[in-house]
Design a binder for this molecule. Structure first.
Ligand SMILES: C[S@@+](CC[C@H](N)C(=O)[O-])C[C@H]1O[C@@H](n2cnc3c(N)ncnc32)[C@H](O)[C@@H]1O
Length: 275
């Protein structure tokens, strides 16, 4: 966006201000400038400073473009998982996993023994801090994290580099379907796509987006390659048990995929899918 306003500004300066095309350009430039002002305001707070612009703007639509409302939703869906301890980068990998609300109850060793095989490429959508579990993945795993929170992307990439792990984290919005598809397409086979505890956030911002995403991923996978979805069966704090069956999701999965395994571990349900 910051680049496109430069191009727009230049085109606008040199256009003929009486014609229709130029009036449209003026309107577009004003809208972009307004968005930039809004983004700057929201991102003044450090916790939101490294969120993707596209994502902040999408969230702002849900909050009727109100700065406070936008920050409240961003906190709920993105930064609630972050603590200062987690962000200062001084924790050991297992402590990183322990300090993130979404991963702290997971037994990664047991989980990976059940769902991963050696020499696979793992593409993790909305990865959180999962990259810090790399050393628990099977031998010769290549790991690619896609994550909207810039601070986590930086922390994971520092960790991968320091340990020379065959991994990287990409700062990307999962709603950028073409780019997500490109990343999956370009990875070495066999691939496995993880979508742990992310469906609710996707559905909040766009109903049925997870279905669209799953169908797109299905098109890209070869037979035997897998998608693994998880969702909480209790609140992330562990205090409340949910009674939701997510029938809409289960019906969709049964209709469109072959469900090869389902299991529940520590308040989280996992569903393993093949095309
Ligand atoms: C509940 S956490 C789950 C983290 C991890 N998958 C796990 O289960 O431990 C949701 C994560 O998804 C990320 N996220 C949510 N929406 C996203 C989007 N549209 N694009 C990229 N990341 C997103 C959030 O920043 C957050 O780190």
């Amino acid at each position: 966006m910051r680049e496109s306003i430069g191009i727009l500004w230049r085109n606008w300066r040199f256009c003929n201000h009486n014609n229709m095309e130029c009036r449209e350009l003026t309107q577009r430039k004003d809208e972009l400038q307004e968005n930039l002002g809004f983004l700057e305001k929201v991102k003044e707070k450090k916790e939101f400073s490294m969120l993707l612009d596209s994502l902040v703007l999408r969230v702002s639509k849900k909050a009727k473009e109100d700065v406070k409302g936008t920050r409240a939703l961003l906190r709920k869906y993105f930064t609630v998982f972050l603590t200062n301890k987690l962000l200062n980068g001084k924790l050991a990998p297992e402590e990183m996993l322990d300090k993130h609300i979404s991963s702290k109850n997971r037994d990664y060793q047991k989980l990976y023994e059940r769902i991963l095989n050696p020499s696979e490429t793992v593409i993790d959508l909305g990865a959180g801090v999962n990259g810090f579990s790399y050393s628990l993945m099977p031998l010769h795993t290549k790991y690619v994290a896609i994550e909207a929170t810039g601070q986590l992307v930086v922390l994971m990439n520092d960790y991968f580099k320091k340990n020379k792990f065959d991994s990287r984290a990409v700062h990307l919005d999962v709603f950028d379907l073409d780019e997500v598809a490109n990343i999956i397409k370009n990875q070495k086979k066999p691939r496995i796509v993880l979508m742990f505890n992310i469906i609710d956030a996707l559905e909040f911002f766009e109903k049925d987006y997870s279905k669209k995403l799953l169908i797109k991923i299905k098109e890209l996978l070869s037979s035997g390659e897998r998608i693994i979805i998880s969702f909480p069966t209790q609140s992330l704090s562990g205090k409340t048990k949910f009674h939701t069956t997510r029938k809409w999701l289960m019906d969709f999965l049964e209709e469109n995929f072959s469900i090869v395994d389902t299991f529940e571990e520590n308040g989280e349900k996992f569903i393993v899918l093949e095309k």
